[in-house]
Ligand binder design. Structure first.
Ligand code: SF4
Ligand code: SF4
Length: 422
């Protein structure tokens, strides 16, 4: 794609990066075939190719309009288009740059601005999020169905976290909402890794990865979260922690990008790059330890019964929803599925498994209509193979899908940890 960026933009690091990305797009339109918003709306401007044109116009100093802002807002940042694109267009990075520019020029309605400010203040802050959720859960029975659906029921209490006893140690990110919404995910990861010779530890001062704030176009605020986490993790890295384990794939995508986000910060660039190199999704860690896992599970693998099994003792049937942040953002495919099969589960088929469930960070709140349409399609696809349980790898997807399904929806590590506990 030929570009002619406005001088004021072209001289910035973001402008240079956007120019490089735009020039890789050859307009072929293959990406439109896998774009969820194009499938729903049928408007070229709600497709990756259309949005790329809009961003090009923005960068050339035109199209500072509410209409451009709307089409960029409607994008889920699911990055399915990146997986499909034969030219390697880094659409996710481009749309972040485009949104940042349009938001600087186009003022949002006051109610919309307040909603975004509230999300930036509450979601990454557990001392605010936790009590507000508790109040919502108490009032849940009295809320109208459309709001009730958005307030998740209280989940099971957190199980035990084993004391660190192994020489192999890895850091885990607790994150912001996950400990409140599904408090046993990280303890389950710690129990499972403990069985295979790895102690999982937390850095007390670490918190939200910054993704929520970053994708709401408060990118400078997000950098503050990133620097705080790096400061919290660094002493553990220097003390020999092997890896930084992500149990939420959305956070993993963000932390793997710290090196890029802080590349122009001389005080943090090198550390951020190292942090990103050490960051692994939990499925990458467990898959690398498959032999140790199979040994730890050998007794339960020989008798494939669990609370999820049918009375005939058949394998428990699981539908796996691979979050966009896992399959497109991190390009990790097939690892969780292989681990579930190795642990004695039967995977049920899931049509259109490349499509987003509609959670997409704060998208379910900011674009509720499109989000609900995607949720209905996703739940129908997940339930079509008659599973007993749905598994996923990201807290946002987990709570969103649970809001639309009567089946239990769990993190895959909880299913594996249950298996080891039998
Ligand atoms: S598939 Fe890639 S190269 Fe083709 S239009 Fe989409 S982004 Fe551009
Ligand atoms: S990120 Fe997802 S919603 Fe956005 S343009 Fe790409 S495929 Fe479409």
């Amino acid at each position: 794609m030929k570009t002619n960026l406005a001088q004021a933009i072209h001289s910035t690091p973001e402008g240079k990066e956007a120019d490089r990305i735009l020039r890789t797009c050859v307009h072929c339109g293959f990406c439109t075939a896998t774009c969820p918003t194009y499938q729903l709306l049928g408007d070229e401007l709600d497709s990756p190719r259309g949005r790329i044109y809009l961003i090009k116009e923005l960068l050339e100093g035109n199209a500072y309009t509410a209409k451009t802002q709307l089409h960029l807002d409607r994008c889920l940042t699911c990055r399915a288009c990146e997986t499909t694109c034969p030219s390697g267009v880094e659409y996710g990075r481009l749309v972040d740059i485009g949104r940042n520019i349009v938001d600087k020029h186009v003022r949002r309605p006051i109610a919309e601005s307040l909603k975004r400010a509230a999300l930036c203040a509450i979601v990454p802050t557990p001392v605010l999020f936790r009590p507000l959720l508790k109040i919502g859960q108490v009032l849940r029975p009295f809320l109208p169905p459309t709001i009730r659906r958005k307030v998740p029921k209280a989940g099971p209490a957190a199980g035990a976290w084993p004391n660190p006893r192994h020489s192999r140690r890895m850091l885990v990110l607790d994150g912001c909402v996950q400990p409140t919404l599904a408090s046993d995910i990280n303890p389950a990861a710690a129990r499972l890794l403990d069985h295979i010779g790895i102690s999982l530890i937390k850095a007390a001062a670490a918190g939200c990865c910054g993704a929520v704030t970053f994708h709401l176009n408060r990118q400078e605020d997000a950098l503050v979260f990133m620097r705080r986490n790096i400061d919290a993790w660094w002493p553990h890295i220097e003390a020999g922690a092997e890896a930084l384990v992500m149990t939420a794939s959305g956070c993993g995508t963000m932390v793997k990008d710290y090196g890029h986000a802080l590349a122009h910060d001389p005080a943090y660039a090198d550390k951020a790059k190292r942090i990103s190199e050490l960051t692994k999704d939990l499925s990458e860690i467990v898959a690398d330890e498959k032999d140790a896992l199979e040994k730890a599970m050998s007794s339960s693998l020989s008798s494939l019964t669990s609370p999820l099994s049918s009375s005939s003792g058949a394998k428990p049937r699981v539908a796996f929803h691979s979050p966009c942040s896992l399959q497109h953002g991190q390009q990790i495919r097939g690892k969780v599925e292989a681990l579930l099969v190795a642990a004695g589960f039967e995977l049920t088929p899931v049509p259109d498994s490349h499509l987003c469930c509609g959670s997409a960070g704060t998208y379910s709140i900011l674009q509720p209509e499109l989000s609900q349409r995607l949720l209905r399609n996703k739940v129908e696809a997940l339930e079509s193979g008659a599973p007993a349980v749905v598994a996923t790898a990201n807290i946002g997807c987990l709570t969103h899908i649970q809001s639309g399904s009567k089946l239990p929806v769990r993190h895959w590590i909880e299913l594996l940890a249950d298996r080891i506990a039998q």
